[in-house]
Design a protein around this ligand. Structure first.
Ligand SMILES: Nc1nc2c(ncn2[C@@H]2O[C@H](COP(=O)(O)OP(=O)(O)O)[C@@H](O)[C@H]2O)c(=O)[nH]1
Ligand SMILES: [Mg+2]
Length: 342
């Protein structure tokens, strides 16, 4: 999953990424940071199966600086990069700033910029559609017109200062928009980058209303990651910061992006596969290989907790806990699946 990391200049975007990849302040950040989500469930399955060949889902991050760009070409490139990502992570400066109004204003400023980008994207699509009507059949022209109508409505919505994810679109219409990679239709995760003390912002009513947020002390985390394990643990206790924040923030982001994982558990490898919440077993199969979805026969599924309780595929089978499911089965987070295919 590709995530664009956005924020106002100096909000701590680079510091956040450095804390995750365990870089210090002086090291230069790579253009793309790839991180594994070391999901505890894979480790537990590994312990039961007696090996630790684990493959975790990954998230790739790219810092994007649309708000500090000087020339048009560079800006377009950044916007295209955001368009090509799956979702957005906004880094909001809460260090040296306990004013909730300022925090909300910062969020608003970024969203406004994204709304503006979407307006431009939509205007360009409309222009292309209008100029490209030559040689089209009557049916095709009708389709183009209804598409333009939809785009005009979306543009009106944006012009009211509203992101597209607040426009109530039926699923069929949403599908039509898939190829345009509109930015404000993407899921958004908000990282509130604080410094040692978050109590005053955490308890603020307006802040608590923000959805999909995470309080994360980027600079502190970056510094703690440089210390030996025992020393950083001591600091964490004294500063009242939970251990494994780097893992927890990724888990939380994964969930906010509407993702879940299913597990394939073999002797060679135990692997967590990323899918969208609500995906069925056919889609899950296609993640592994198109041959498996093409020749799909059945998905044998064990619920994660049952697997941990009974300890092996065979004991689950004996207890009748392996369920045979068809293509339409909606996969649950943590399901352990064996696909049968022809
Ligand atoms: N005190 C404090 N400073 C921070 C924090 N995060 C970033 N900074 C500082 O803010 C400045 C800008 O950070 P940087 O990550 O480069 O911001 P970017 O422009 O969003 O990538 C640097 O001097 C950081 O050390 C934080 O959580 N607390
Ligand atoms: Mg930076």
């Amino acid at each position: 999953m590709d995530i664009s990391v956005l924020g106002l200049p100096q909000s701590g975007k680079s510091t956040f990424l450095k804390s995750l990849i365990k870089f210090n302040e002086t090291q230069e950040l790579p253009e793309i940071c790839t991180l594994k989500i070391n999901d505890d469930r894979l480790i537990k399955v590994g312990e039961l199966l007696g090996h630790n060949k684990l493959a975790y889902p990954e998230i790739t991050f790219k810092e994007v600086n649309i708000l500090s760009i000087k020339n048009k070409a560079a800006e377009l490139k950044e916007i295209e990069s955001i368009q090509n990502s799956y979702g957005l992570l906004l880094v909001i400066k809460c260090f040296e700033n306990n004013d909730s109004n300022q925090i909300l204003k910062d969020i608003d400023e970024i969203i406004t910029e994204l709304i503006f980008s979407d307006t431009v994207i939509i205007e360009n699509i409309i222009k292309r559609r209008i100029s490209n009507t030559k040689g089209k059949t009557k049916q095709e022209l009708e389709n183009t017109n209804s598409e333009i109508e939809l785009l005009e409505n979306l543009k009106l919505h944006l012009e009211k200062g509203e992101p597209l994810n607040s426009y109530n679109l039926p699923k069929t219409e949403l599908k039509k928009l898939g190829g345009y990679n509109l930015i404000t239709l993407k899921p958004i995760f908000i990282l509130l980058n604080y410094d040692e003390d978050k109590s005053s912002i955490e308890t603020n009513d307006n802040i608590s209303k923000i959805k999909n947020k995470y309080f994360y002390p980027s600079k502190l985390e970056m510094e703690l990651s440089e210390l030996p394990e025992n020393e950083s643990a001591e600091f964490r206790t004294s500063l009242n910061i939970k251990p494994r924040q780097d893992y927890l923030v990724l888990k939380s982001l994964f969930e906010a992006m509407g993702k879940i994982l299913f597990i394939t558990a073999g002797d060679q490898e135990i692997k967590g596969w990323e899918i969208n919440k609500g995906d069925n077993s056919l889609i899950a199969a296609s993640k592994i290989h198109s041959d498996i979805s093409k020749g799909f026969i059945r998905a044998e599924v064990i619920e994660y907790n049952t697997f941990i309780e009974l300890g092996s595929w065979n004991s689950c089978k004996k207890e009748g806990k392996v369920k045979g499911n068809g293509k339409e089965y909606i996969v649950n987070d943590g399901d352990i699946i064996n696909f049968l295919h022809s």
